[in-house]
Design a protein around this ligand. Structure first.
Ligand code: ADP
Length: 461
């Protein structure tokens, strides 16, 4: 297969990830195209690209970024060679990947066929089973009838987690501890999922108490070569959503690390994975891993993996989409051994949320914005500048602060210093809360599981 050079790439996304993509393109000498909604007309990602076009007139802030035909048509009209979907929006939409390919535009991500096998959690569990990877005990099929749910509860016992097959971002999930909650949870998870994802299909899993969330970054080229970039620990969560991510996990020994990476590679091989992806697991108190889902796209927390492996994942995505082999000098991964871990990295998601109002999203104009720099600090931001308008239309992520250190404690110290350096006035942020966590003894000891923030509610004060 010949390499197909890209001259121009469109980011079908907004905010920090669009800018992250543009940076990788510029480093590779590739032109950049931004799209933006009316609500995003002042957003920085628009100005960070060589060209920018408004889309979705009259459609509303979210739907603007979901118009497959309009986006593909625009890309074609502007001579775009490839589209990077980022995360969220159309990134896991197999129809979008197909529409790009039909228009002769490369989709920077796994094929529609791979997305279909992995994008749905019920289908992905089947892939894991076929690959010989342990999954959380659960219903093999979606649950449509109350009888089936009750039967599963009888076999497996409570607590149970009701999950949307199409779920993401912690939505469409309910932990239930008795029959009454189960029957209610079935209905509410289904309706939440139908509203959020246009698909109300739910299934049941045993709820594992106090697990760690461990996920493995994988990458495949179009020639059948696959590697992993070790694991991230994303156990620090609020309402099943990640808040702080670590790489590698400070609490895995070498044996466990090898095991979970092997499991991820089995799943990747089972589907002939192409481009970047993440295979997610829960690790219970005994140290046993259970596959939960695969995200066939770049993730918010890819930064920490880049810091500890010193490898640029977004550039690699673009290069493999052009047809380069992982072993080509442009990428330089001749074998798994070439990917090495060095030190520890932490990412904190700084959000515009009001601590005094139960961390509800806050809006307004940023009046002062001073960031952190210096050794070991990386920032990925979108609208961080004084004068920026924070609107209520999109998620509240303001800046991803990532730090690196030779030891986990070094990375924590740098994070603490970086967070202290920040000054954001005009909108409220969660920086004080993040500082509390980073200085908390159980966090420093690497002891956190997914129940951590519920166990220490004082960290929110
Ligand atoms: P999403 O796609 O919405 O991110 P996931 O399936 O990745 O959902 O799960 C998100 C988080 O929810 C996990 O990291 C974990 O904290 C919790 N979770 C999911 N499934 C289970 C389970 N079976 N037992 C315990 N916790 C779970």
């Amino acid at each position: 297969m010949a390499v197909r050079p890209f001259k121009k790439i469109m980011a079908a996304n907004r905010g920090e990830i669009a800018i992250r993509i543009f940076r990788a393109c510029t480093e590779l000498g590739i032109g950049t195209v931004a799209i933006y909604s009316a609500e995003d007309r002042l957003s920085l990602h628009r100005y960070k690209a060589d060209e920018a076009y408004q889309i979705g007139k009259g459609k509303g802030p979210i739907d603007a970024y979901l118009g497959i035909n309009e986006i593909v048509e625009l890309a074609r009209a502007k001579g775009v060679d490839a589209i990077h979907p980022g995360y969220g929006f159309l990134s896991e939409n197999a129809e979008f990947a197909e529409a790009c390919e039909r228009a002769g535009i490369a989709f920077i991500g796994p094929t529609a066929q791979i997305q279909r096998r992995l994008g749905n959690k019920v289908a992905a569990r089947e892939v894991a089973l076929a690959a010989g990877v342990p999954i959380v005990p659960g219903t093999p099929k979606p649950v449509n009838r109350e009888e089936d749910a009750l039967l599963f509860a009888k076999e497996c016992g409570y607590p149970i987690i009701v999950k949307a097959a199409a779920g993401g971002g912690g939505r469409g999930m309910r932990v239930v501890r008795n029959q009454k909650e189960l029957l209610e949870g079935l209905k509410s998870a289904a309706s939440e999922a139908a509203a959020a994802f246009g698909d109300g299909t739910v299934f049941l899993e045993k709820f594992i108490e106090n697990p760690k969330h461990i996920e493995v970054q994988i990458m495949g080229d179009q020639h059948g070569n696959l590697v992993h970039y070790f694991e991230r620990d994303c156990s620090i969560q609020r309402r099943h959503q990640k808040v702080i991510e670590l790489a590698p996990s400070p609490s895995l020994g070498e044996d466990k690390r090898r095991l979970v990476c092997d499991y991820a590679m089995k799943i990747a091989r089972e589907v002939g994975y192409v481009n970047a992806g993440t295979v997610e697991f829960l690790m219970d108190k005994n140290g046993d891993f259970y596959f939960i889902e695969t995200n066939p796209r770049i993730q918010v927390e890819h930064t920490v993996t880049e810091l500890v492996t010193m490898r640029n994942l977004v550039q690699t995505q673009i290069l493999v989409a052009q047809g380069y082999k992982l072993s080509d000098p442009e990428i330089g991964i001749k074998s798994q051994k070439d990917i090495e871990l060095r030190g520890y990295a932490i990412q904190c998601r700084v959000t515009t949320e009001d601590p005094a109002n139960n961390f509800a999203p806050d809006f307004g104009i940023i009046k002062a914005y001073r960031t952190a720099v210096g050794f070991g600090v990386r920032l990925d931001a979108a609208n961080g500048y004084s004068g920026a308008v924070i609107t209520p239309h999109y998620d509240s992520l303001l800046v991803k602060v990532s730090t690196w250190g030779l030891t986990f404690n070094d990375a924590c110290r740098t994070m603490n210093r970086a967070l202290q350096e920040f000054r954001v006035r005009g909108v409220k942020t969660n920086i004080g809360f993040l500082e509390n966590v980073v200085n908390h003894a159980p966090f420093r000891a690497g002891q956190c599981d997914t129940s951590y923030l519920d166990t220490y509610p004082e960290l929110f004060n």
